[in-house]
Design a protein around this ligand. Structure first.
Ligand code: T5A
Length: 230
């Protein structure tokens, strides 16, 4: 959601960008690249992540990813993702936007739609209802969906974690991750005004170029126009 453009980036509206996709799609890598590019233009930018992003939400993250919530069932798990999100939005995202900073979040509500709804065991309508209850009308200005073949994403995720064990979701089988990829593409197709699909199988610099082009055309030009209009 657009911020007021005071404080960190005076006269230029703050924007909320989310990065989505399956395991190892390159979201964290891209988030840092986009922040660097925004910084070169003089924009302050908070990079954050889900689950987590605020001290209390990080505590919930640990419980979720270690699998400690899974025995309570899929509804409880979805509630915990939303509980973490409420704290993240109220304590980190909205305050940063109010300061005039851009916010880039590595995962947000589409992750719950995809993981718990589309490929999980919950009715997608129920997941959307929980999202509305948690967020109201608050939503990203732009969502970049990083699309990558399942094998490539899982291999990258394994590389990233090194000797550490796979988390609760990385342990799911190939069919789960294939359906997940399809679910993200459906989300992007259903909301073309908010979502742009990026070919994340390319090398990091090329992914960053494509993402930057989308961000520039969807948000930056309008931000600059808004700044010039003042
Ligand atoms: N979840 C989350 C839900 O089920 N519901 C929810 O509502 C939410 C919010 C989060 C888990 O929780 C689930 C989804 C997840 O399973 P996480 O540890 O945050 O767990 O996992 P991911 O978000 O999947 O993080 P990953 O690190 O696995 O993936 P990223 O961030 O997409 O990838 P990144 O940038 O760390 O890159 C991974 C490796 O690949 C390399 C990097 O250098 C790194 O080594 N790499 C590339 N290599 C080649 N080409 C590229 N273009 C590359 N980009 C990155």
């Amino acid at each position: 959601m657009t911020g007021p453009g005071r404080g960190a980036n005076p006269g230029r509206p703050a924007r909320f960008v989310t990065l989505e996709g399956g395991e190892g799609a390159g979201k964290s890598t891209l988030a840092l690249g986009l922040r660097r590019r925004l910084g070169e233009l003089g924009f302050e930018c908070l990079v954050t992540r889900e689950p987590g992003g605020s001290p209390k939400a990080e505590l919930i993250r640990e419980k979720l990813l270690s699998g400690q919530i899974a025995p309570f069932g899929p509804f409880a798990e979805a509630l915990m993702f939303q509980a973490a999100r409420i704290d993240h939005v109220e304590r980190a995202i909205k305050p940063a936007l109010a300061r005039g900073e851009w916010v880039i979040s590595d995962r947000f509500a589409d992750s719950t739609r995809a993981y718990q709804g589309a490929v999980g065991r919950l009715d997608p309508g129920l997941v959307l209802g929980l999202e509305r209850a948690a967020l109201g009308a608050f939503k990203p200005d732009l969502t970049l969906v990083l699309d990558v073949p399942v094998e490539v994403g899982l291999a990258r995720a394994a590389l990233r974690r090194g000797a550490g064990g796979a988390d609760r979701f990385e342990r799911e089988g190939r069919a789960f991750h294939t359906r997940l990829r399809e679910a993200y593409l459906r989300i992007a197709e259903a909301e073309p005004g908010r979502c742009v699909v990026i070919d994340a199988a390319l090398e990091p610099a090329a992914v960053e170029d494509m993402a930057w082009a989308a961000l520039e055309s969807r948000l930056l030009r309008t931000a600059e126009r808004a700044g010039l209009a003042r």
